[in-house]
Design a protein around this ligand. Structure first.
Ligand SMILES: Cc1cc2nc3c(=O)[nH]c(=O)nc-3n(C[C@H](O)[C@H](O)[C@H](O)COP(=O)(O)OP(=O)(O)OC[C@H]3O[C@@H](n4cnc5c(N)ncnc54)[C@H](O)[C@@H]3O)c2cc1C
Length: 123
């Protein structure tokens, strides 16, 4: 990402590190992004790259987007039985999801909390 930003700045874009707090609309077109420190960026198009906060950005334009941040948990495990040439393993069934991959001498495992906030996997 740093490389993309560096190259874009070299090619003449202006990089502003600020928080977007509002969007002015003209009908269904975004025309201005308002910044927390009081600045205003006039625009023809807004690209929403706010990741897990993407819904907050489009809400400024009175649009509802079903993107919500979800709590995830990361564990680091050693394994008494080596798993030679273990790839990244992704279990994408169900709501929770789980994946793990080798890292160092062990395995890094990520899992999502379910809607009640408890872990679904019991390993
Ligand atoms: C602990 C962890 C480990 C991960 N490991 C991996 C991995 O090994 N491999 C992998 O491929 N992916 C990994 N991911 C996932 C990866 O980080 C994300 O998928 C990716 O960063 C999403 O990119 P994005 O550009 O959509 O959003 P983000 O990287 O979240 O970028 C969104 C940006 O928008 C900015 N922003 C939000 N709101 C505003 C606002 N109002 N005004 C201005 N800016 C705003 C934020 O500050 C942020 O800089 C990991 C994630 C986590 C949390």
């Amino acid at each position: 990402m740093q490389a993309f930003r560096f190259k874009a700045c070299n090619r003449g874009i202006t990089y502003v590190k600020e928080e977007a707090v509002g969007i002015e609309m003209d009908g269904d077109r975004a025309t201005v992004v308002m910044l927390k420190e009081g600045g205003r960026v006039t625009c023809g198009v807004v690209v929403n790259g706010a990741g897990a906060k993407a819904a907050e950005i489009v809400a400024m334009a009175k649009i509802e987007l079903p993107v919500r941040p979800r709590r995830r948990t990361t564990f680091y495990n050693l394994c008494s039985t080596p798993l030679p040439r273990c790839p990244m393993v992704i279990e994408s069934f169900g709501v929770a999801g789980l994946h793990f991959r080798p890292e160092g001498n062990g395995y890094r495992r990520h899992s999502a909390a379910d809607s009640r906030g408890s872990r679904r996997d019991r390993s």
